[in-house]
Design a protein around this ligand. Structure first.
Ligand code: A3P
Length: 346
C-alpha cells in the first residue's frame, strides 16, 4: 500500500516537475522574444500611420506568428480578423526575379521584418493570361492579411522575363518598388538547369547535359535560344522594364552575397523600401549542415529553406563555363552601368 502511494506520489511529482520546467521554458522564451519584439523605432508614417503606431511592430509580429497561423488553421473567424483591422493589400513591392537568383531566400528573409508580410505562394498574376483575366480583385484576394501600416511583398520570378508583365504592373501601380535578385549569370544558368534536370529525373526522363544545351553544336557558340542562357542576359530583360519604370524604382540584390553574407544585403533592401532597420544578425544564423543561413524569428521559432534550395550542381566542362562567362561579360557591364551596381562577376 505504502509502496503504491510512493509510486503515485513520485508520478505526481514528476508531472508537476515537468509542468514547472515547461512553464519556465515557455516564460523564458516569451520574455526573450518579447524583448526582441519591442519596437526600437516606430514605423514611419509612410505606410499610413495610425494612432497605435508605436505599438505596431509588437502587434504585427504577434499577428504574423500567431493569429495568421490560427486563421489558416480555421481557429479564428473572419470577424476576429476584421476586429484586428486586418486587410488584404496589394503589394507595395514585388520581387520580380530572377529565377534561381535566391528569390525565396530574399522573400523569407524580408519577412523577418515586422512591417513586411509575404505572399507565401508565387501568384503568377501578371505573367499568366488566365490569372490576369480574373482581375485585380482576384489578385488582391490572394494576398495575406496584414495591418494597413505593413507592406505586402510577393515574388514571382517569371515576371522578370515575361513580355507583358511590366505594362501590367505599371497599370496596377506605377510607383511600385521592384526588387531584382541576381547571381553570377553562368552559375544562375547552371542552377536553372539543375532544377529542370531534377524535375526530369523525378519523372524518370532522360535529359541533355548542360553543355549540349548551352552550346550550339553547329556553331560551337553560346546557344542564346536556350532559356537558361537567355534568362541570364539580365540587361536585355531590364531594358524592357525601363520602358515603364525609372531605374530608381528598382533595387538590385546581389544573390551571391545573400548566400554568404545576407545581413548587409537585407539592410540595403530595408533602406530601399524606407523601412526602419529591424532585421539583425540575431535573425540569421549559419547552419553548417545546410551550408546556408537560416532564419531565426525568436528563440523558439527558426527555419531553414526547403531542400529544393541549394541543390548540388552537376559538374560542367570548364571550357563551357569560360565560354559562357565571356559571352555574358559585355551584358554584365551594361547591367552594371544601367543599375549603378557593380558586382564581382568574372
Ligand atoms: P541553388 O539551388 O543553385 O544553390 P530561387 O529561390 O530564386 O529559386 O533561388 C534558389 C537559390 O537560392 C539556391 O540556388 C540557393 O543557392 C540560393 N539561396 C540563397 N540564400 C539561401 C538560403 N539561405 N538557403 C537556401 N538557399 C539559398
Amino acid at each position: 500500500m505504502l509502496f503504491k502511494q510512493q509510486v503515485w506520489l513520485r508520478q505526481k511529482l514528476l508531472v508537476l516537475g515537468s509542468l514547472a520546467v515547461g512553464s519556465l521554458l515557455y516564460l523564458v522564451a516569451r520574455v526573450g522574444s518579447l524583448d526582441r519584439l519591442q519596437p526600437i523605432c516606430p514605423i514611419e508614417g509612410r505606410f499610413g500611420g495610425t494612432s497605435n503606431q508605436a505599438e505596431f511592430p509588437l502587434r504585427a509580429l504577434q499577428f504574423k506568428r500567431g493569429l495568421l497561423h490560427e486563421f489558416r488553421k480555421g481557429n479564428t473567424s473572419k470577424e476576429q480578423v476584421r476586429l484586428h483591422d486586418l486587410v488584404q493589400q496589394l503589394p507595395k513591392a514585388i520581387i520580380i526575379g530572377v529565377r534561381k537568383g535566391g528569390t525565396r531566400a530574399l522573400l523569407e528573409m524580408l519577412n523577418l521584418h515586422p512591417a513586411v508580410v509575404k505572399a507565401s505562394q508565387e501568384i503568377h498574376f501578371f505573367d499568366n493570361d488566365e490569372n490576369y483575366a480574373k482581375g485585380i480583385e482576384w489578385y488582391r484576394k490572394k494576398m495575406p492579411f496584414s495591418y494597413p501600416q505593413q507592406i505586402t511583398i510577393e515574388k514571382s520570378p517569371a515576371y522578370f522575363i515575361t513580355e507583358e508583365v511590366p505594362e501590367r504592373i505599371y497599370k496596377m501601380n506605377s510607383s511600385i518598388k521592384l526588387l531584382i535578385i541576381v547571381r553570377e549569370p553562368t552559375t544562375r544558368a547552371i542552377s536553372d538547369y539543375t532544377q529542370v534536370l531534377e524535375g526530369k529525373e523525378r519523372k524518370n526522363k532522360t535529359y541533355y547535359k548542360f553543355e549540349k544545351l548551352a552550346i550550339d553544336p553547329n556553331t560551337c557558340e553560346v546557344n542564346t535560344k536556350y532559356k537558361a542562357v537567355r534568362t541570364s542576359i539580365y540587361t536585355k530583360h531590364l531594358e524592357r522594364w525601363l520602358k515603364y519604370f525609372p531605374i530608381e524604382q528598382f533595387h538590385i540584390v546581389d544573390g551571391d552575397r545573400l548566400i554568404t553574407e545576407p545581413l548587409p544585403e537585407l539592410q540595403l533592401v530595408e533602406k530601399f523600401l524606407n523601412l526602419p532597420p529591424r532585421i539583425s544578425q540575431y535573425n540569421l544564423y549559419f547552419n553548417a549542415t545546410r551550408g546556408f543561413y537560416c532564419l531565426r524569428f525568436n528563440i523558439i521559432f527558426n527555419k531553414c529553406l526547403a531542400g529544393s534550395k541549394g541543390r548540388i550542381h552537376p559538374e560542367v566542362d570548364p571550357s563551357v563555363v569560360t565560354k559562357l562567362r565571356k559571352f555574358f561579360h559585355p551584358f554584365n557591364q551594361k547591367f552594371y552601368q544601367i543599375t549603378g551596381r557593380t558586382l564581382n562577376w568574372p
